[in-house]
Design a protein around this ligand. Sequence first.
Ligand code: NAP
Length: 280
Amino acid sequence: MRNYAVIGDPVGHSRSPGMQNAAFEFHHLGSPYRKIHVRPEELGEFVETARRELAGFNCTVPHKAAIIPYLDAADPKALAASSVNTVTVGTDGRLTGTSTDGYGLEKALEESFGRKLAGSAVCFIGCGGAAHATSFHLAECGVKSIRLANRTLEKAEELAEKLRAANPGLAVETARPDDRGTLERWFADTDFLIQATSLGLRETDPAPFDLELLRAGLKLAVFDTIYLDTPLLKRAREAGLPAAGGAAMLLYQGAKSFEIWTGLPAPIEAMRAGMEGKQA
Ligand code: NAP
């Protein structure tokens, strides 16, 4: 039996074991996936053990960028975004990394809103690892523009430069989330608004931008990468806008990881039930 894991710090909250083991069990492959708490200073030691004992692993915060120097090969898109969430361990111990977060977001937007990504205008609030990993993929899906709002404007500008370099036809703009005028202009012409800051996990968190800007009559659909029912989603629904949380993104990024490791089709409904702690 070859084993799999998710590593993170913290990792106790992870829903990946329930979701991935549901997929392995569906294919009569037992329950080989577990969570392993790996602190940043323990990553090197973990990698040596993984080369011998694992067939694959997922990385979550704070290891998505830190794992890259340990890889023997990696997908160029994941390298450009400095974000790897899926590592395959060869029988010779070689590590190959990629990111399935962008695919997860693509499928989640499709499932949640039933709208096409090609030709659409996308606006990200937040430019951390999640926005990096997913924006390159959305560009590949043919979106026409990507607007990036981030508290630290320099980080948005760095990502914008990389996106423009990799996608010459793509329109990319940047702003701070407290720049109401720019956000108002963007929202009037946005199809998908993606909340990708870490704000909303705690009840005391401030809103990622002035939620009054979400008004009835806008054509945008609101997606929060966080898988809780955040104040942002509540406000969007009050304004009559389509709104969805990050559970479907988690599901589809995990489904793609499973397919990469095993070559088997991911049983989506069994994985969804496993993620929610239910039997399929
Ligand atoms: P990260 O790299 O730590 O980035 C955090 C982002 O939040 C940055 O843009 C940061 O802005 C912003 N931020 C943090 N505190 C802020 C504050 N007080 N005011 C304004 N902005 C603030 O995190 P990440 O890996 O990108 O993750 C972001 C979110 O995506 C997390 O909530 C995570 O759960 C979610 N996520 C979900 C999935 C899924 O499958 N559903 C997958 C990946 C990530 P600065 O640059 O200014 O610091």
